[in-house]
Design a protein around this ligand. Structure first.
Ligand code: SF4
Length: 462
């Protein structure tokens, strides 16, 4: 983050450091000098700078977000005149007539000795569909302008590759540091479905470029709930991955926060609330997952629960319950409402896909295929459900992972590594459960199913 400040202010003629810092992203000197390479924003550390500049602006984060999103260069609706053509494109590129037919029936597809049983809910959620459609609309609406996306529009390699083919550029980043130096005020910047941080929004707004915000309303709902935590003087406990883009964005809107990955981390925090503990160990354990200046002895007196929308809903609910019981034990029922608040922010689409997967694994299946990008959080949680049930399950990101000699290359959720396996399809009749994450186009699932039929026919038809 120091890098951002240095790049901006070393050459700045404003007299004091304080003024330099206050001028940060709007420095007139830099505008005049047409310095176009000042902008490295760290996703993880930007909160500290952001918080300082926000205080100096005398605006709270909520007010600033509202101000930014209502500015003229900020578009949250897409381009209605492009919608029809975009829909045709979405249908031809990402949907599948095979799966549409299956949805009308029992979600089953048969070929030879193979029966594919699809989950009752899978694939593109409306938030992802909306984001992809808005990105395509943006390309059509600005045919000659340079277009950027601050990150992958969604966590799917095929969709992102298609956008890259359409000359939509991805803002480069390394080790959580995003480099905006290539973006100019004449460009268009798309914010992805899982949102962007407040300082990224602030930077781009000040740059003066066109911003197309595809943030899913469910994600914004979580941001609204952390606003409420702050209003109630609560620290936000965010159930999520500290290095996931959505959680990084949510944290950037929180005043005080701690991110817990799972029940084990939640139990650690709750034990500290009730019995205290080793402060240094606490701070070291959560060093990447707490707001700047977080003090576990002061900042856990009142908590509000928020979540990354794609976490396992049962785990989020259990973590919320644990914190509620902890506060109940510590402060008693009369005081509970002063020390604990929670709003339901689990996204419907995530919930539906997880519930459908829970139903699917109750069927008598020989194996399960989970299809989705390897960095898709909601897809990996679907895979966890299959693993918990003890059914042989394979997490793949596309049909090319399945090939000759009855071979599959899949991602192991325990080691996160790719594993190669031969003879993964059993001989003779087989029933395969198939699901896909919220960022996976049906077309990819169709291609996977067609590949399975072909491989089984060639190698397993006894
Ligand atoms: S999974 Fe939920 S929160 Fe995420 S984009 Fe889809 S609808 Fe929105």
């Amino acid at each position: 983050m120091a890098f951002l400040e240095l790049r901006y202010h070393n050459t700045c003629k404003l007299p004091s450091w304080k003024q330099k810092r206050a001028a940060c992203l709007r420095c007139p000197l830099h505008r005049r000098m047409k310095i176009t390479k000042p902008a490295l924003l760290s996703c993880v550390e930007q909160n500290s700078v952001n918080e300082r500049s926000l205080k100096e602006d005398s605006l709270d984060k909520r007010a600033l977000r509202r101000k930014l999103t209502s500015s003229e260069n900020f578009n949250r609706r897409g381009f209605s005149e492009e919608k029809e053509a975009t829909q045709l494109m979405m249908n031809s590129e990402f949907s599948s007539s095979l799966l549409q037919e299956a949805r009308k029936g029992k979600n089953e597809i048969r070929s030879g000795q193979v029966t594919v049983k699809l989950a009752n809910s899978y694939g593109f959620c409306w938030g992802v569909e909306r984001a992809v459609a808005m990105a395509l609309e943006t390309r059509k609406h600005f045919p000659n302008q340079r277009i950027w996306i601050t990150n992958e529009i969604i966590h799917n390699p095929n969709v992102n590759a298609r956008l890259a083919e359409m000359n939509v550029k991805f803002v480069p980043h390394k080790n959580f540091v995003r480099d905006f130096s290539g973006v100019s005020k004449d460009d268009v910047v798309i914010l992805p479905a899982f949102g962007a941080t407040l300082s990224e929004m602030q930077y781009l707004s000040n740059l003066g470029c066109q911003i197309v915000d595809t943030t899913c309303p469910w994600v914004s709902k979580v941001w609204n709930s952390v606003d409420k935590h702050k209003k109630a003087n609560c620290t936000s406990v965010i159930h999520g991955k500290w290095n996931h883009e959505e959680t990084i964005a949510t944290a950037s809107f929180s005043e005080k926060y701690i991110i817990v990955l799972n029940m084990e981390e939640a139990q650690y925090v709750c034990k500290y609330i009730l019995h205290g503990g080793d402060r240094n160990e606490f701070l070291s354990k959560f060093r990447n997952a707490i707001s700047p200046g977080f003090d576990p002895d002061l900042d856990l007196e009142a908590v509000g629960i928020a979540n990354q929308t794609t976490m396992l809903k049962n785990e989020t609910n259990a973590i919320a319950k644990l914190f509620e019981q902890t506060m109940l034990k510590k402060f008693g029922p009369q005081e509970l409402s002063k020390h604990f608040i929670a709003f339901n922010t689990i996204c419907d689409a995530t919930q539906e896909r997880q519930d459908a997967m829970l139903d699917l694994v109750e069927e008598s299946l020989d194996l399960v295929l989970v299809v989705g990008g390897f960095n898709s959080s909601n897809t990996s949680h679907l895979q966890e459900i299959a693993e918990t049930k003890g059914i042989p399950s394979y997490y793949i990101d596309g049909p090319e992972r399945i090939g000759p000699n009855n071979r599959i290359v899949f991602r192991s959720s325990s080691s996160q590594k790719l594993i190669e396996k031969y003879n993964f399809l059993p001989q003779g009749p087989v029933k395969i459960g198939v699901t896909s994450g919220a960022s996976t186009p049906d077309k990819i699932v169709e291609d996977v199913i067609e590949r399975i039929f072909m491989i089984h026919k060639l190698y397993c038809n006894t």
